[in-house]
Design a protein around this ligand. Structure first.
Ligand code: XMP
Length: 430
């Protein structure tokens, strides 16, 4: 292994990620593992330099305080504990150690080297993937989002043609998005990529469906069915690659951490499609995933793209989806993105998009009365998407975008700007 490792054992702390990030900021790689990790598993990592036993308020599970396996003390690694009274290890801290105390433990007691960087992380993961997969094949649902794209690039580097990527175009992607997935992965990275254009199939299933939850269910369910059909056509696949990242694991909850929400990137695959998972990003935070993507040579736009909901433009074409309004959402969104980039707002604003409601308003075109759709622009800033404030976009930028939408997008005669923060509004309209 290229890099030294400090292991944080989660004994119910709410501060695991804070310490992990502090250690990584000191240039040393750290990973968080559950308290019940076995001595054997820990020994199998050949780069462990020290262990932090990290106790806290969630240590009592079902009335019982959780403990680590006593065998771990026999392994001889330097240890400290935080909020975990334990006579058997080194220094005990009642609260988070200061940076100097942490430095002393990591560099003096553990003799770790500050060799954590993306290059070394990638080399380690490539080695681990090759050890896990050997000469078998890995299947990956490549949506074109940041996480699945970075996993794909990592797997291509590790196992090349043993990776089979499936990109399902559900017809609700942004303008040129599917094309760019094909261009980058098939043409530039020479991936083994299966492109499935399921646009008509999805639009058929969504015809006349106006209820937002129903739309989401249809899109999610149909996605799994298309992916499953492709998986069944392939032979000899033992592994499924997944773009799980560290926040997904934390938010899904562990024995000693409460669940925020369940995450499943490709959840719901039938039982008889049994795959082992390959999840090379599961220890990374989002900003680190992006840095990893850059190091792997992915285009900046792909790695730094704004969040995009799984149901795509489907929840921005309000009510029952129709082709004319879907085209209006896609074209207006492309104009908005282009103009935001020109004004430098793409680097500043967290999420920005357009929405097309399912009603018409009166207007004038070529001296005639017309009933056409409206485009609503939304641009928000947030830290965690739980609350959001609107971006105060410069008037001249809004005027330019409005002018372009009105002259370039068909069936549209009106443009509005959404001024609502979250709460009471949500970020998306459905
Ligand atoms: P709301 O609308 O709840 O959105 O304020 C918060 C964030 O979540 C995104 N979002 C979704 N992402 N599937 C996703 O993957 C969904 O169904 C979905 N709905 C909302 C939204 O874009 C925003 O960033």
């Amino acid at each position: 292994m290229k890099q030294d490792l400090i292991v944080i054992l989660d004994l119910g702390s709410t501060q695991n990620t804070v310490i992990a990030r502090e250690i990584r900021d000191l240039g040393v790689y750290s990973e968080i593992h559950p308290h019940d990790i076995s001595a054997e598993t820990l020994k199998s990592f050949d780069n462990v330099k020290g262990i932090i036993l990290n106790g806290g308020e969630n240590r009592v599970v079902d009335g019982q305080a959780v403990e680590i396996s006593p065998e771990l003390y026999q392994l001889g690694y330097p240890m400290i504990s935080i909020d975990y009274p334990q006579s058997k290890c080194g220094t005990q801290f009642s609260e988070l150690p200061s940076q100097d105390e942490l430095k002393k433990f990591i560099f003096q007691d553990c003799k770790a080297e500050a060799n954590w960087n993306m290059k070394n992380f990638i080399e380690d993961q490539v080695q681990l993937i090759r050890q896990q997969v050997k000469d078998k094949k890995v299947l990956l649902a490549l949506s074109g989002g940041v996480d699945s794209s970075v996993v794909a690039a990592m797997l291509i580097k590790a196992i090349g043609q043993q990776l089979v990527c499936v990109h399902v175009n559900h017809g609700l992607m942004r303008k040129n998005e599917s094309e760019s997935v094909v261009k980058v992965f098939r043409d530039q990275l020479h991936a083994n990529l299966i492109y499935v254009d399921a646009s008509e199939r999805f639009l058929g299933k969504l015809k006349d469906v106006a209820d937002p939850e129903q739309k989401r269910k249809i899109i999610g369910g149909e996605f799994i069915r298309v992916f499953e059909e492709e998986a069944r056509k392939l032979e000899g696949i033992d592994f499924l690659g997944q773009g799980t990242i560290y926040p997904d694991i934390i938010e899904s909850g562990t024995k000693t951490a409460k669940m925020v929400k369940s995450h499943h990137n490709v959840g719901g695959l039938p039982e008889d499609l049994k795959f082992q998972l390959v999840e090379p990003l599961k220890q990374l935070f989002k900003d680190e995933v992006r840095a990893c993507g850059v190091e792997l040579g992915l285009p900046h736009d792909m790695v730094y793209r704004q969040p995009f909901p799984g149901p795509g433009l489907g929840v921005r074409c309000l009510g029952a989806i129709t082709k004319d309004r879907l085209t209006a959402v896609r074209e207006s969104d492309a104009i908005l993105r282009e103009e935001f980039a020109k004004a430098g707002l793409d680097k500043k604003v967290w999420q920005y998009f357009t929405v097309v409601p399912d009603f018409k308003s009166v207007g004038m075109k070529n001296n005639a009365r017309v009933f056409e759709y409206m485009v609503i622009i939304r641009a928000i800033n947030t830290i965690d998407a739980m609350t959001a404030s609107i971006e105060k976009v410069d008037w001249s930028v809004l005027e330019r975008i409005t002018e372009r939408i009105l002259s370039e997008v068909e069936n549209v005669n009106r443009v509005c700007y959404d001024m609502s923060p979250k709460p009471p509004a949500t970020i998306e309209f459905e």
